[in-house]
Design a protein around this ligand. Structure first.
Ligand code: ZN
Length: 299
C-alpha cells in the first residue's frame, strides 16, 4: 500500500485504510491523495522556531498549492516556499495547537491535519546582553561596595545551580542591605523562613519580587529572616532599600540570588532573560554578561 508517508489524519487514516484493505480488499483509497515527503513535527520548544516544509512526492508535476489553511496565530505560512514557521513563545507553553491545510496538486487533493504541542524549552544561553550603559538595572548594593559573583547565568551542570537560568548569585554575606535594581511595584514578598541554608525542599526562601513598568519582573532571593523591608503593593524607586541579604532556603552560603523574568505569568527558570548592570565596575564576557567569581564594585 502506502510506500510514502500519507498526509491527512496520518494515523487514523492509515488505520482506516488498513481496515478497508482487510475487509473490502484491494481498495486503492489513497491513490488520489497528495503524498508528502515528511511528517510534520508534532512538538516544539516554546523558544525555538518551528519549521515544516510541505513537499509532495507524488508523480504529478503540478504545483503543490495550499487552498485553505487553519493555523495558530504564532505560525505563518509562506506560499512561495510552502513552509510553515514561527516561534510559539510565552504564554503558549503546554498548549496544543491544531493545524489544518487543504492541499491540491493537479488532480490530487488532500487534507493535512495535526496538532503541535508546545513544550517548555531550554533557554538559549548564547545571547547578546546589550550594552551595559543602556541597562535599566543597577547593582543591588550600595555605591562603592564590592562583591563577588559566586554564580552567574547558565551553568552547564543540569543537576545543580543556574542551569537554564539567567540569574546571578552575589556573595553579599548576611544582613547586607539589598537595593532595588530598577523602579517598580512589589508583587510578592516572604520573610518568615529560617536563615539556615541548605533546605532545598522548596518554598523555604525569603524573597522580594519587583514588577517593572515594561512587564518584566526581578526576583531577589535568600533574604534573612524578617529581612524584607517592603510590602506587596509598595512602589519602589531604583536604589531603594528592599531587604537584608541572607541564607534562607536552597542556599549553600549567604548570598542574594537575582533573576529577571520575561513577565509575571511564569516564574520558571526557563522564562528568565539576560541582563547586566549599568554601574558594575568589573569584567564582562563576550555576551556582555557578568563573569563567574569576579568582583564588581557599584560605581
Ligand atoms: Zn542562585
Amino acid at each position: 500500500m502506502m510506500t510514502s508517508i500519507a498526509i491527512s489524519q496520518v494515523k487514523q487514516r492509515f488505520l482506516l485504510s488498513l481496515m478497508l484493505t482487510v475487509f473490502l480488499c484491494c481498495g486503492d483509497s489513497d491513490s488520489s491523495e497528495v503524498m508528502l515527503k515528511s511528517e510534520p513535527p508534532l512538538v516544539t520548544d516554546h523558544n525555538r522556531e518551528y519549521t515544516y516544509s510541505i513537499r509532495s512526492v507524488s508523480d504529478s508535476n503540478s504545483e503543490l498549492v495550499v487552498i485553505e489553511k487553519q493555523i495558530p496565530s504564532w505560525l505563518s505560512f509562506d506560499p512561495e516556499s510552502n513552509i510553515l514557521s514561527g516561534t510559539a513563545g510565552w504564554p503558549n507553553v503546554n498548549e496544543s495547537f491544531p493545524v489544518k491545510l487543504d492541499l491540491q496538486q493537479g488532480d490530487l487533493s488532500s487534507e493535512l491535519s495535526y496538532s503541535i504541542v508546545v513544550e517548555l524549552g531550554e533557554i538559549v544561553c548564547d545571547q547578546e546582553f546589550g550594552n551595559p550603559e543602556d541597562s535599566p538595572y543597577v547593582l543591588p548594593y550600595t555605591l562603592g561596595e564590592t562583591y563577588t559573583f559566586g554564580q552567574v547565568y547558565c551553568s552547564e551542570n543540569p543537576a545543580w545551580g543556574h542551569h537554564n537560568w539567567f540569574a546571578y548569585d552575589i556573595d553579599m554575606g548576611n544582613g547586607t542591605i539589598v537595593l532595588a535594581s530598577r523602579e517598580g511595584e512589589i508583587i510578592a514578598t516572604k520573610e518568615d523562613q529560617p536563615n539556615i541554608g541548605g533546605d532545598c525542599s522548596g518554598g523555604k526562601e525569603n524573597f522580594v519580587f519587583i514588577l517593572h513598568d515594561d512587564g518584566t519582573v526581578m526576583s531577589y532571593v535568600h533574604f534573612t529572616t524578617d529581612g524584607v523591608l517592603v510590602e506587596t503593593g509598595d512602589r519602589v524607586v531604583q536604589g531603594q532599600e528592599i531587604g537584608l541579604s541572607g541564607n534562607s532556603g536552597c542556599s549553600s552560603g549567604p548570598h542574594t540570588h537575582v533573576a529577571l523574568f520575561k513577565d509575571r505569568t511564569n516564574f520558571d527558570r526557563q522564562s528568565t532573560i539576560p541582563f547586566n548592570y549599568s554601574n558594575a565596575d568589573g569584567p564582562l564576557d563576550m555576551n556582555q554578561g557578568l563573569v563567574l567569581m569576579e568582583n564588581y564594585t557599584a560605581r
